[in-house]
Design a protein around this ligand. Structure first.
Ligand SMILES: NC(=O)C1=CN([C@@H]2O[C@H](COP(=O)(O)OP(=O)(O)OC[C@H]3O[C@@H](n4cnc5c(N)ncnc54)[C@H](OP(=O)(O)O)[C@@H]3O)[C@@H](O)[C@H]2O)C=CC1
Ligand SMILES: CC(=O)C(C)=O
Length: 318
């Protein structure tokens, strides 16, 4: 019998399991097994996105585990994200429907605007000009949000939220929203602990979901000399003292900071050990110590969109 994962309460009174499985870079040929393993181990929260190109294979695992009777749809919390080329209000519903079809589900638990900046709507996911530069669209994320709101009322998504929004963008969205975002999913780990953004979100009833919590060592643009979060001797010392792995300490760091966390793995033993974090807690002192490792170390800077007026990390305060 698997351990059940605690949940957090959203501002709309729905619940979300604090620990989920990430699926970015999980190859179509391996993600079905990874999601099946995760569900068998006890995960009930799966983080997906249209742009990851593997929703169909994630859906196969979900369908199979529901058919086997291991879980019901209602047991699961499934997130996906609206990609940058579908921000135009008339494209939002179709994009969601494609995600629902891919995942073979009738509804999502959470649908996020993946990034605040929109790309040109020319049919490709990364529309580029002749020099290879991404082509921008000037659709305002507030207009995109207005097209997301009816999806909740129609029951196609239970909750809506955002991802990669800075504080000013979130504040502006909140001024216009009639359905409040429940989550801002952002990069978060000891080298970029997002303390100010978290406080800002918390004060407005918006939860943080921490992405790349292990330092995303398989990010496609990683360089051999880049610091490796999971190899940090200071984290190793804490993990050794507690008799845990560094990954477990990193996952627990998010949970004990009040965040939802979605580590990715396609390796059964890691999927299991990343889940095996529910029977211990970091002390306040250890959380404070890990907080002190922040160095503004952003791993997912989205440099392809630099120059876009809605790029969240250019001239951002926080
Ligand atoms: N909203 C957004 O813009 C973004 C959202 N995300 C979401 O967050 C998820 C997690 O972030 P991600 O960037 O993938 O990176 P993570 O920080 O979760 O790291 C994943 C990497 O760590 C390895 N790993 C996992 N567990 C362990 C372990 N116990 N010991 C050693 N290595 C381990 C994995 O290897 P292996 O798989 O080979 O086991 C993989 O290489 C994504 O998959 C995605 O769902 C991520 C980035 C941006
Ligand atoms: C991984 C991801 O979600 C990106 C880069 O948008």
């Amino acid at each position: 019998m698997s351990t059940s994962v605690p949940s957090v309460d959203f501002n709309n009174e729905l619940k979300c399991p604090i620990l989920g499985l990430g699926t970015w870079k999980s190859k179509p040929g391996e993600v079905t097994q990874a999601v099946k393993d995760a569900i068998d181990i006890g995960y009930r929260h799966i983080d997906c996105a249209y742009v990851y190109g593997n929703e169909k294979e994630v859906g196969e695992a979900i369908t199979s585990k529901i058919k086997e009777g291991v879980v019901t749809r209602e047991d699961l919390f499934i997130t996906s994200k609206l990609w940058n080329t579908f921000h135009r209000p008339d494209l939002v519903r179709g994009a969601l429907q494609e995600t629902l079809d891919n995942l073979n589900v009738q509804y999502l638990d959470l649908y996020l605007i993946h990034w605040p900046q929109a790309y040109k709507e020319d049919g490709s996911l990364f529309p580029t000009d002749q020099s290879g530069k991404i082509q921008f669209s000037d659709v305002d994320y507030v207009d995109t949000w207005k097209a997301m709101e009816p999806l909740v009322k129609e029951g196609l998504v239970k909750s809506i939220g955002v991802s990669n929004f800075n504080s000013k963008q979130l504040e502006r969205l909140l001024q216009h929203a009639t359905v409040k975002p429940v989550v801002n999913q952002v990069e978060c780990h000891p080298y970029l602990n997002q303390k100010r953004l978290k406080e800002f979100c918390e004060a407005r009833g918006v939860k943080i979901t921490a992405y790349s919590p292990l330092g995303s060592p398989d990010r496609p643009w990683a360089k051999p000399d880049d610091p490796q979060l999971m190899e940090d001797p200071k984290l190793k010392a804490i993990a050794d003292r507690l008799g845990k792995t560094v990954a477990q300490v990193l996952i627990r760091y998010q949970i004990d900071s009040g965040n939802i966390v979605i580590p990715k793995s396609v390796t059964r033993s890691r999927i299991a050990s990343n889940f095996d974090v529910l029977d211990f807690k970091l002390s306040r002192e250890d959380v404070a110590l890990i907080d002190s490792f922040d160095c503004g170390g952003r791993l997912v800077p989205m440099t392809a969109s630099l120059g876009h007026k809605h790029h969240p990390f250019e001239n951002e305060e926080f």
